[in-house]
Design a protein around this ligand. Sequence first.
Ligand code: PLP
Length: 398
Amino acid sequence: MLGIVKAKGAVLYDEQGKEYIDGISSWYTCMYGHCNDAIIAKVYAQMQQLDQVVFSGFTHEPAIALSEALISLLPSNQKKLFFSDNGSTSTEIGIKMALQYHHNKGKKRSVLLAFEDGFHGDTFGAMSVSSLSVYNGPFEDYFIDVKRIAVPTDDNIGNLLHELENTIDLDAIAGFIYEPLVQGAAAMKMHKAEHLEKILKVIKSHGVLAIADEVMTGFGKTGRHFASDYMEVKPDIICMSKALTAGMLPMAVTSCTQKVYDAFYSDDIAKGLFHGHTYTANPLACAAAMAGIELLTSDEIHKNIGQIIQWHQEFDAEIKDHPKVASTRQIGIIYALDLNVVMERYGNVRDKLFKHFMDSGIFLRPLGNTIYILAPYITTKEQMQKIYNSIKEVLNSF
Ligand SMILES: *Cc1c(COP(=O)(O)O)cnc(C)c1O
């Protein structure tokens, strides 16, 4: 366990004063840099005005301003927002929305559809739709019914569409939850927008709600504001957290279409979505999110993102044919490479890699034998070069 005492920009500082470049933006949150002055100023100003108030029967300006900004940033079919406070609850709410949507319409659809290798969080609904893992073992008896499908590839997409049309009872399925284009916890596994779009067309034509889990992919990382922006077919529900508040405070939002909202809007109180957390739409978190969106849509961050995309492409050209590189992939500022090393022979590759990076002053978290970079947008060329050099050292060390 390492004590971290300070963070600024793309750098973390430990108790001994040693610096580490935060190559994964502290789990994809602080994309505009740690302790960003513009965000601090907005949150500080908010602290002096309104810190916290019950978001039931009350509303406040930071939530209204953020809602308007988010609605204009999101795919145009997203019209309503539901606030909560972490990524798991954002997907849990998306799942509850999908189940109750059909229930309110008098239909019983109790199964959810999900990708193999997905990760959607640690609450019960979220665990149910995440891929099976040893961590979830003690709870599996209590899970929601889930039908899993393979992640699409050029090779399996034909079979996958056939399976959806012919062997899966889509009329029993309430919603399809997916991490669009990049599966983060599965080691930045990527799939093509054209394939996902075909899947979405099929499920939506059977009344299955599409729930995009953009907790990791949201807010510019794929090169667009949301990964869903790469497709014509839009989700019914979108889950957001992580970079939403720029790494400053915990918050989450689940957005939905007017059609989904209308299924809950009724004089019959039992049709409402009864889910509320104490810190729902906390004003300070709203202010941080608002500051984050202002940065995301600024010319400067737009330019930074473009530069990182180009640096990654140049780095990729340099290393992709290295004998120790099995494959590489990139979308936006997310870059991943799989090492071509025999795991048994080299023992615990992952731990060895982690130690190498930390010793070099770089915080990366390899997953298995995948190394990935998801550094803040404000990472300088020099800092990124340090990350690249450290990866090159690894490649030449095997
Ligand atoms: C991190 C993550 C979650 C869970 O978010 P928490 O805030 O850690 O609960 C859900 N879905 C995806 C895709 C994530 O990356």
